[in-house]
Structures are given as C-alpha cells and as structure tokens.
Design a protein around this ligand. Sequence first.
Ligand code: DGY
Length: 328
Amino acid sequence: MPRERLSVVVTRRLPEAVETRLSELFNVRLREDDAPMTREELTAAVRDADILVPTLNDTIDAGLLARAGDKLKLIANYGAGIDHIDIATARQRGILVSNTPGVLTDDTADMTMALILAVTRRLPEGMAVMQKGDWAGWAPTAFLGGRVGGRRLGILGMGRIGQAVARRAAVFGMQVHYHNRKRVHAAIEEDLQATYWESLDQMVARMDVISINCPSTPSTFHLMNARRLKLMKPSAVIVNTSRGEVIDENALTRMIRAGEIAGAGLDVYEHGTAVNPRLRQLPNVVLLPHMGSATIEGRIEMGEKVIINIKTFADGHRPPDQVVPAML
Ligand code: DGY
C-alpha cells in the first residue's frame, strides 16, 4: 500500500520551480498571496501539518510551539538564519529544525561588498544627482569618496559568509581582520590572510570598515552597542548584511548624524521594517530592503535544500541541515 504523503505547509510564496517540485513530492499547501501568515494562520499551520516550511518572517516561539499538533515533526526553514525559531523548545517537543546554509553565502558576501563600495564611493549621492537631472559635469573635486584598496576591514563573525567576504575584500586590496567567538583554524586564517583580534573593542577601534557577519543570538544582541560604536574611528563605516539586532540602531543613527561615524550600509534593521526614519534622511547611509540573498539562483537552491531536508527526513534519516541547540 502506498505510504500517505506528508502534509507540508509553506508560509510564503516561493520561486515557481520550488513550489512545483514541492507539489510533486508532497501533499503541500502553498501560500496564495505573498503576505506573511498571521499568528492565527501560523497556529493553524502548526496544528495541522506534518512539516512546516517557514521563513524569517514567521515567529516560531514557545507559545506557538505549545499549540503545535502531535503530527508536527519537522520545521524545514527556508533560510539560513534561525533566530526566529525557538530551537530549544522545538527540540523538547520532539520537533526537528533544519535550515538552508551555504547556498546564500556568495550572494550575501557579494552584497556586503556592494554596500562597502556604495558607502565609501558615495553611490547614492551620485545616483541622486543623476536622477534629479542635476549633473553639471565632471569636476576634480566632485563626489570624492575613499579608495577601498588598502583599507582595514574588520569582519565580525568569521563563519561561511564572513570568510566569503574576506576573500572578496582581499581581491579589492583590503586588509582583512576579524573577530569571532572562536578563532578559525590556522589554515583558514592563512588562506584568507586574515588577522585575528581576540578583543572586539581593540579591533573596532582600528578598522576603516566594520562588516557584521555573525548570526543574531542572545550573545550577539547589540554587540555593536553605543559604547562600542564610539570606539570606531570617525572616518570609519559599518555595513550589516546579517541581522539588525547586532547593532544598536538608534545609537548608530545618532552617531552618524553627529559625524562620529562616517557612514553605514545596512540590509537589515533592528525592528524589521520599522527603520529609524532619521537613518533614511542621511546621504552617507545606504539602506537596502534585506536583499542580500535575493538572487533567483540562490532562492532556488534554498528551495532545493528545503526539499532535500524534507525528503531525507521522510525517508527516516536526520535532515542534512538539522540545526541543534549546540550550534547556536
Ligand atoms: C537568511 O536566510 O536568513 C537570510 O537572511 C535571507 O536573506
């Protein structure tokens, strides 16, 4: 007798190719409109599904998990970051969690470089002049930015994405420095020509560019708080393609306005879409709508990872990208 197909609920629209493949393989409920699910919809989803495929927009906390049905056995997150999921509670309830690491590394690192270049070379100011039709022609002193080559880049978080940023930055002639919870293997350090700083304070005080590439966890919350931001050189800039909670956004805004930090390139924000309005008014700040991993190739590969995680689980094995609390 054929086995009953697992019921899978997907909380957001995914690229068409991914939705098609999911439908071929599983008894899947896809999202019709592209708004995030309401709490009620999410509650119904965890109550009814064998497997939930959420995204970073869905808060899967202890309260929601308490209302999950006995059937729910896997949360196959469509995304690498899992700070929106209470992994420990899921585990206590016997629910596995998987994510999609690796496939968005290069795209996110590319976007980090794009932000570094955009801020240091003043791209938004140049674009604004062109869009307004105000360009008066080339001038020796117009739009002078800083050369990225030779600048010191301090990477906060030397995981996959941090290392991919380091590789790119070296090609641009930047000097690579990093701080990480654990020092990376000597061979990786040597390959990346990266200098390790045990003291984040000391690194921050000496860098021209700071790049945030660590995940959001309780211990990285406001790692760049007002005190630490104050250690930055007034000529330095900061970029963040990881999670907004790592930087105290209000303190950063105040300091850029006061000229104590030269600029910022942000793809993520402390309070989601509620971006500090003052940040939006600053010419030396480049703001993007969390699009670091937004390539069609990356998004399809994320879907493929979700499918492999679900299939492996359905075949009675551990999903290859299972997240366990010890990894956090
Ligand atoms: C993730 O997968 O967590 C990324 O932030 C999406 O861009």
